[in-house]
Write a protein that binds this ligand. Structure first.
Ligand code: GLN
Length: 308
């Protein structure tokens, strides 16, 4: 294997080209109608190296919605505010063996399995303090901070599309409200839909991956959120549940804390080393980017990045 410190845009570009055609084997998400409009052929790969240098290849300026990747940011904020014990009194640390929108044991124990599936993520966001849109704005500000990209915003059209079709998420919200886990009104669910609709690029995802790989220190060295325990918590959830019910096989084949979203992005943390961001909107049956997964596999093989 090659040393990751020798990584170059040329090397990334050959990995991208090798995997470009995987999009033909998957399908762009269309259960949120607005997402169905994405260009299936778009593809990008970004790396932030140990020293914070950025390497990009492909459609690096192409924006997409972060979707489920926003769940790790919400988790960090909720835990920073309320403490881990308070959050995990209301949900589990369990791995995912069910699709992201599964009700899992909301009907039995009453508590979500983990903060990476929709139920747990909707609950996590409801636990961030503030009225109305405030919790969402905290998530948006944190994404802007981590990426050092103040221009990041959310897509109103994707948000409206999620809000008008997200009845399953609405069902989970009210079941958790019935179970006494959620106390607020539907503004809290809207905050979840908004966080899913935040638009960014593969480079932004690489910076997020770097952040959690480096104890919540930003790629430029800013350490105002430095927190080893929060980084460990978030990375462990990424490892056991970040790729939905594919997480176990992904841990075997890739072996890195990662979080995917149905917008086609995946953020990867290589602990103590680099952050990787990939984008390709054509998804496998679990909702993970197909070409994205294969680019990550090649990165891992070429540079020996697995933590195991
Ligand atoms: N907004 C999406 C949903 O709630 C996020 C899911 C995902 O990315 N897996 O259905």
């Amino acid at each position: 294997t090659a040393d990751i410190s020798t990584v170059s845009e040329k090397a990334l570009s050959s990995i991208l080209e090798k995997n470009r055609s995987y999009y033909t084997q998957g399908k762009v998400a269309d259960y949120i109608p607005e997402l169905g409009k994405m260009d299936a052929k778009a593809i990008a790969l970004s790396v932030v190296d140990k020293n914070g240098n950025i390497y990009n290849t492909g459609d690096v300026h192409k924006k997409f919605t972060m979707q489920s990747i926003s769940k790790i940011i919400a988790l960090m904020i909720a835990v920073n505010e309320k403490g881990e014990a308070h959050i995990f009194d209301k949900m589990g640390y369990f791995g995912s063996d069910k699709p992201f929108n599964h009700f899992s044991n909301l009907e039995t124990t009453g508590k979500p399995l983990n903060p990476m599936m929709n139920a747990g993520a909707i609950l996590t966001t409801s636990l961030i303090s503030g009225e109305g849109e405030k919790p969402f704005l905290k998530i948006l500000d944190m994404v802007r901070y981590i990426t050092k990209n103040p221009g990041i915003d959310y897509s109103k059209s994707v948000y409206e599309s999620e809000k008008s079709t997200g009845h399953r998420n609405r069902g989970m919200f009210y079941l958790m409200k019935n179970n006494g886990l959620i106390s607020g009104n539907e503004d809290q669910l809207d905050n979840y839909f908004k966080q899913c609709s935040i638009e960014l690029t593969a480079e932004d995802l690489a910076k997020i991956g770097y952040f959690f790989a480096h104890q919540c220190v930003r790629f430029d060295g800013d350490d105002k959120y430095k927190n080893t325990e929060v980084a460990k918590l978030v990375e462990s959830q990424m490892l056991v549940a970040g790729m939905y019910e594919f997480s176990g096989e992904y841990a075997r084949t890739v072996g890195l804390p990662s979080k995917s979203g149905v917008g086609g992005g995946i953020t990867v943390s290589v602990p103590g080393k680099i952050g990787i961001g990939v984008f390709s909107p054509s998804l496998d049956q679990h909702g993970n980017s197909l070409a994205g997964y294969h680019m990550i596999l090649d990165m891992v093989k070429q540079y020996g990045l697995s933590i195991f």
